[in-house]
Design a protein. Structure first.
Length: 285
């Protein structure tokens, strides 16, 4: 009998381990300790926007312009912790990183359509807006979300920095298998953060062609950063985004290499561009 319970416990551990390991989030307490170890203060918050819980962290003085980071899929705010720890950014910005809806501690595990995410983040911006400049930085699907948010609040967003941003679904494989895992039962076959990721990726691929028409509302400076060897989000998205935002002031930065993970493979170049936003959006050569 005892042996049977041990076997059952091992089976449950093997079953649950992927869900625990793939949550891709860190507790508030652990994050606060990590920042404190670096001599930095980190605040954690949860806002309720239109019935959705939006978890986010902030650091730096709120008397400065605000810069908000939007992570890719799957992921959490923690992907940008290195940027939130950068003292040069902290001297110029109040830094905020969001757990996008469905990820981290923002109603974890339940995918949310990107246009709905845009409305949630736009509502969040309304709640924190203090009259100073506000910038959005998005990676991958966070780079899809950022312009959707800017289109919702074109007069509230003063600049966009899109890192390997995705928008042109025709450049990507259909990945029809994702649809199978969005059912009310089959969705639970996907562990941890892969569940909301699979759902939002499927909806992105099947619905996003409706939304680029709204991007012509954007009139702020936009930086499009992409690596030529990105095999996840094709660099053709750069031209697509340029065409979709005819009234934006666009600067393009191409990297020869770096793949899809340019926020970490080209951090110094990206930091220079982020800092340029505080210098009257001066162009980076």
């Amino acid at each position: 009998m005892k042996k049977r319970y041990i076997v059952l416990l091992i089976f449950l551990a093997v079953l649950l381990l992927p869900y625990l390991l793939l949550s891709m989030r860190v507790s508030d307490q652990a994050a606060i300790r990590e920042f404190k170890h670096k001599g930095l203060s980190l605040q954690t918050h949860t806002a309720v926007i239109a019935g959705h819980h939006l978890h986010y962290v902030s650091t730096g003085s709120d008397t400065l312009p605000t810069m908000i980071f939007l992570h890719g899929s799957p992921g959490s705010w923690y992907a940008f912790r290195g940027y939130l720890m950068d003292t040069s950014l902290l001297s110029h910005y109040h830094l905020i990183a969001i757990d996008r809806p469905g990820f981290g501690y923002s109603d974890f595990g339940y995918g949310v359509h990107l246009p709905v995410q845009a409305q949630i983040v736009a509502g969040f911006i309304d709640s924190i807006r203090h009259g100073r400049p506000l910038y959005l930085v998005g990676h991958s699907l966070g780079g899809t979300l950022a312009p959707l948010v800017a289109a919702e609040r074109p007069d509230s967003v003063d600049g966009l920095v899109l890192l390997a941003g995705a928008m042109d679904t025709l450049t990507e494989p259909a990945e029809r298998w994702r649809g199978f895992f969005t059912g009310p039962v089959t969705r639970y076959l996907m562990p941890g953060a892969l569940r909301p990721s699979t759902e939002e990726e499927w909806w992105y691929k099947t619905e996003m062609y409706h939304y680029p028409d709204h991007l012509d509302r954007i009139h702020c400076p936009v930086y499009l950063l992409h690596a030529e060897d990105d095999h996840i989000v094709d660099i053709a998205n750069v031209q697509y985004l340029k065409n979709a935002m005819p009234h934006a002031i666009i600067t393009v930065k191409r990297f020869k290499s770096g793949g899809h993970y340019i926020p970490w493979n080209h951090k110094d170049s990206i930091l220079s561009i982020l800092l340029s936003q505080s210098k009257n959006n001066s162009a980076i050569k």
